[in-house]
Design a protein around this ligand. Structure first.
Ligand SMILES: *Cc1c(COP(=O)(O)O)cnc(C)c1O
Length: 321
């Protein structure tokens, strides 16, 4: 059987189509807009969100090239490590996770899940970890672990962008698409799938996220130069909104915690603190400032990542005692 087909078959069998859900509130109504949430968090209990889309064509390439082992990189709370471990198990591939920093026991929920899924964890000091994109380190890793298919941290390569061009439902009629942004890979894929009439807005979750403008431009450029399929040839307008990072990557405060708890109570939609809570907070705030045009149909992409909340709850519980 063609391995690529196996991925697509599993794709059909394992993943439920992500529902789009409209939400209502006084703030939304007063802004004169309609607001929808695309629930990528619901597609599969473990392999979901943008991390699945970023993995998809990497898995396909690994299978087409007959690799039996995936090797990738991530921090100790990484959604990508979690998803790669689960996807490896689901698709019958071995997985090795190069984890930034030293081993801490007991393992946090992310890493103990990864181990349960069969991932081999290899800890890497922070200095060597900085070499994670270099051919030298990749050669060393191949020497030590054999013929491994290397996926970059976060699944952030052109295969990752390609998968993210498939996030939105085809021929959708939203005016504005909002997404939380780490490396910009997901946003780049989404932009490639929008028409010229649509608008993309990304919310970097790290401090001083303005540098992502260039990163995203160069991702778009290399994607278009690569000959990989593009749903649209013309790019829409897009912007970064950089002031909802709450102090930086994985930083949270009481206001953000309260916002996501209230949001979950009101709409029965859980948000993760690292990514989606910041973007949803930002959108709600911008609505009150009259940022959007009256009549806009706005789509917020719930990129998943909920597994990370377990680790954060553990950390904040420790904090408080
Ligand atoms: C990784 C992640 C992102 C950011 O994706 P990029 O492609 O790096 O911008 C957004 N949301 C969630 C939940 C994530 O896990």
């Amino acid at each position: 059987m063609n391995a690529g087909n196996a991925v697509f078959e599993l794709n059909e069998k394992c993943f439920i189509p992500s529902p789009t859900q409209q939400i209502h509130s006084n703030i939304i109504e007063s802004a004169g807009v309609e607001l929808f949430v695309l629930r990528l968090d619901l597609m599969h209990p473990w392999v979901n969100g943008n991390k699945w889309y970023k993995l998809k064509y990497n898995l396909l390439e690994a299978e087409e090239k007959s690799f039996s082992t995936l090797l990738t990189f991530g921090g100790a709370y990484s959604n990508h490590i979690f998803a790669t471990a689960a996807a490896g198990k689901l698709f019958g591939l071995q997985t090795i996770g190069i984890i930034r920093g030293e081993e801490r026991l007991p393992l946090n929920p992310t890493l103990s899940f990864a181990v349960q899924q069969g991932m081999q964890l290899v800890y890497c000091d922070r200095t060597s970890y900085r070499q994670r994109h270099t051919p030298e380190l990749h050669a060393q890793l191949r020497e030590r672990y054999g013929e491994v298919f290397i996926i970059p941290e976060g699944g952030s390569n052109l295969n990752g962008v390609r998968g993210c061009t498939e996030i939105l439902p085809e021929a959708n009629d939203f005016d504005v698409i909002c997404v939380a942004c780490g490396t910009g890979t997901t946003f780049a894929g989404i932009l490639l799938s929008l028409t010229q009439k649509q608008r993309g807005i990304a919310f970097p979750v790290l401090k001083n996220g303005g540098f992502l403008k260039q990163e995203i431009d160069s991702l778009l450029e290399s994607y278009l130069a690569s000959g990989l399929p593009t749903p649209n040839n013309s790019l829409c307008s897009w912007e970064l909104i950089c002031n909802y990072h709450f102090g930086g990557y994985a930083k949270i405060n009481d206001e953000l915690l309260k916002f996501s708890q209230q949001f979950q109570q009101t709409y029965d939609i859980p948000l993760d603190y690292v990514y989606t809570a910041k973007m949803f907070y930002g959108v709600m705030d911008l609505l009150q400032q009259g940022f959007f045009r009256k009549g806009d149909r706005i789509l917020l992409i719930h990129t998943g990542g909920l597994q990370g909340n377990l680790g954060i709850q553990q950390k904040t519980a420790k904090f408080k005692t």
